[in-house]
Design a binder for this molecule. Sequence first.
Ligand SMILES: Cc1cc2nc3c(=O)[nH]c(=O)nc-3n(C[C@H](O)[C@H](O)[C@H](O)COP(=O)(O)OP(=O)(O)OC[C@H]3O[C@@H](n4cnc5c(N)ncnc54)[C@H](O)[C@@H]3O)c2cc1C
Ligand SMILES: C=Cc1c2[nH]c(c1C)Cc1[nH]c(c(CCC(=O)O)c1C)Cc1[nH]c(c(C)c1CCC(=O)O)Cc1[nH]c(c(C)c1C=C)C2
Length: 484
Amino acid sequence: MQRTVAVVGGGISGLTACYHLARSPNAPKIILLEGSGRLGGWLHSTRTEDGAIFEHGPRGIRPAGTVGKNTLLMVSELGLDADVLPVPGDHPASKNRYLYVSRALHRLPSGIGGVLRTVPPFTRPLLWSGLRELAAPRGTQPDETIHSFVSRRFGKELADIAIDSLCRGVFAGDCRALSVRSCFPALFEAEQRRRSVILGMVLGGGKGPALDSALSRRACDERWSQWSLRGGMETLPEALQDFLRQRGVEMHCHARLRRLERTAAECWQITLEDGSVRADHVISAIPARALAVLLPGWAEPLAQELRSIEAVSVGVVNLQYNGATLPITGFGHLVPSFEDSSLLGIVYDSVAFPEQNGSCGPSVRLTVMLGGAWFKQGFGDPDTVPQAVLLSRAKEAVRAHLGIVAEPSRTIVKVLKACIPQYTLGHWQRTGKAGRALGALSYLWHQAALRMLSPLQYHRISGDHLVQPPAQSRTNPQIFTPDP
Ligand SMILES: Cc1cc2nc3c(=O)[nH]c(=O)nc-3n(C[C@H](O)[C@H](O)[C@H](O)COP(=O)(O)OP(=O)(O)OC[C@H]3O[C@@H](n4cnc5c(N)ncnc54)[C@H](O)[C@@H]3O)c2cc1C
Ligand SMILES: C=Cc1c2[nH]c(c1C)Cc1[nH]c(c(CCC(=O)O)c1C)Cc1[nH]c(c(C)c1CCC(=O)O)Cc1[nH]c(c(C)c1C=C)C2
């Protein structure tokens, strides 16, 4: 008899889970249950009538590594090759990286010359940090904050300025709280394996299996730093939706889960707001805390671990300035927390993807990212912060950092509540305990099946929704399967 798999959560993880299930031999009956009125989760693009695109969530996917390659393969299989907008290695958005420190923009050093010279905002050449790292002993702790790890190996200045900013630009988080083992497993493992991060990176090792495609070979040849899609990132969930519909996958929006229980007949009873569904297997692709409240009482040890994974909120302000020009070109700039804690950085969307400017003539499109781990101290409660406060803060930052004083011709303000999970110190223990709790509940962990899922998640993104297998096979969705 055909088995039924219910996938909970219609973000990119849930959609990708359905995609791989639908393509598998002996595909089961698949039911996708999404709580909101649309599929795609944080992949959300506004398309204006004059053809401009504004991204409210991710705006560029990195092609590198196993997950990057697998994602490009999926993009190809979905027939989206012609829609891909690459940012090649020689593009200013790939080459130029900026930090805003002491009220000025600083281009980060690159190339051998940049490493040998003292380049502000740093007070010594980066070569010094590199030599220090090569000589530093291997760490002895099972986990460490990213700040402590980088200070110990490369020196405090690099941690305070560059790593602090990087963590804000990837996790909207505080490097003094985030775990190096869970956020940057490659760095942690390089130190464990070779004693030095630099040696570990140069000598390589530990890569997962990747599926090659013409698109990923092109990405490699042209050294893409990232890519987007002509109609915006939301094109990806839309294409997945079309694919799944053709394969007979049942997709339900406004289907928020209320309760998840096992029945005497060894299957899952999924209670929705207005009905219920039965399934042999459940794949959860919803945030960890959202899953914790759905679990039955006997799964409390698992729920407890899932509850402890917090997520931060981000204010995303899209701005378009017709007729304006930027003083510099690059992907954007980041702001370290000591400079301005609640302003994370500004993305120069019109530099990386000018094709998405629309037909209003030359213009600058920017996204100002606010809050993150500093949201409450900067803006108060994300549920009640007035949009005008975020907008005025964003416009002021654009004026002060980039010298654009004109009023924007278009603005969109969104508050993304609890959108980026934080893998804080000891996250590996939480996921380990959760995995053991699952084992003790006598459910099977289908690690192999999971490796293919969730292209974005694996990109050291939010994998919080899941109880994660060990770092190498970390992925997002979690499968609950009754014991055979
Ligand atoms: C501002 C921002 C910028 C980002 N930039 C990048 C980037 O440049 N590159 C990159 O790779 N990644 C980026 N990310 C990360 C990336 O967007 C996320 O990791 C990814 O979208 C997460 O997808 P998901 O499907 O796992 O989760 P989500 O998108 O959170 O989807 C979960 C879904 O579950 C649904 N749901 C929740 N509870 C229930 C319930 N009880 N019942 C049914 N459904 C439920 C939700 O409505 C949602 O649709 C960014 C994220 C943000 C917020
Ligand atoms: C989970 C949320 C993510 C955000 N961005 C990324 C994720 C996964 C992807 C990402 N962003 C940056 C990197 C670092 C390495 C790189 O390839 O550049 C990654 C993997 C850095 C970055 N992010 C933003 C900017 C302006 C930069 C600097 C780029 C550069 O070096 O030129 C914008 C930004 N993106 C996110 C946030 C919270 C943010 C804040 C300003 C989300």
